[in-house]
Design a protein around this ligand. Sequence first.
Ligand code: ADP
Length: 408
Amino acid sequence: MQKIIAINAGSSSLKFKLFEMPEEKVIAKGLFDRIGLDEGKIKISYDNKESFEKKEHIENHSIAVKRLLDLLLNLDIIKSYAEIAGVGHRVVAGGAFFKKSVVVNTKVMRQINELAEYAPIHNPANLMGIKAFRKALPDAISVAVFDTSFHQTIPKTNFLFSVPYEWYHNYGVRRYGAHGTSHRYVAKVAAQMMKKPLAELKIITCHLGAGASICAIKNSKSFDTSMGFTPLTGITMGTRSGDTDVAMISFMMQKLKMHSMPEIIYDLNKKSGLLGISGISSDMRDIEEKKKTSERAQLAEDIFVKDVVKYIGAYTAEMGGLDAIVFTAGIGENSAQIRKLVMKRLSYMGIMIDEERNNQRGKAEFVSTPNSKVDVLMIPTDEELMIARDVQVLASQNEDIHSKNYVV
Ligand code: ADP
């Protein structure tokens, strides 16, 4: 029995989940928010019912980590630091360096730093989290789990953009994708629920949250995915545009009298998607509530559903068939309405919805009928659990963590 902590460090936040492994029991979880700002916020829940909340200044990530570990001790969640055998860190960009999760050493940290040009906000923040934990818990194994690594199996025909080849060859411009840990987790659960080996299945996983991506998984490997060089492309998202025509950018920069690319990229990242179309909200709950009275809210929902349907059709054709569709993340897990609208549009594939099951929430479930030609499942994602599992596998292989580069 050992404790493993999964960490998601952002530029001003640090989220954690502490697991007892191999039982996979969550013993505490929480958030340090507004790090480096005037008033920070700490929230920790534990023991299923207890919670600790406090507002206080949190100077930097190192202080946040020190404070977190002390609180785990003071709240009697752990008896000593030594109980934490491993720390798993979510890292956004793994580029072409990382095809799997790895034990962190100085070389890995250098590579994560080099990859910051692909994820300028996220990778440096992830690295701050890694460094802070290595300092506070020098004896615990430290593992990096990359959002992109699952997609490293995508074949060249699917990851290359049709741009000058040198852009890829010289500068690494290609599809890297994202949400890999989530797609990997739900595909595995889907195969278990279907009682079939993942290696024999063609699955499309739809991670539909504020950020959203779709992944074609063939014979247990990522075969194609909707996010690209950055998370801006693919389907319509909460505030991101998804696929657009890049030539529109220079046209709109002139019209809007913008002087720099970051200005318009900001609009495509933050003012587009459901928010841009509806003019009301980036949140699907608001869109569903307002669509009766707002034509643009209805349009936002229609476009979102159309995008999901379009990618499912394209990926089914690319894979030459389809065994299952999985819905996950905020919208995929909670919106019976969106699942229903997508499934109705796919009735041509022989997909049949089980209305009663589709209206349930909270637990993994088939939402298609037993005679549906393609299984459709709703599976709550658990990226932190996947991270903790990777740490456990690497910890069990690990003899000399600082000199070798083990992979899961
Ligand atoms: P992310 O991790 O990308 O920030 P989440 O996976 O937490 O996002 O998803 C958040 C989104 O899920 C919200 O913006 C909202 O659109 C959607 N959502 C959450 N609950 C519901 C619900 N009951 N009905 C419809 N959409 C929901």
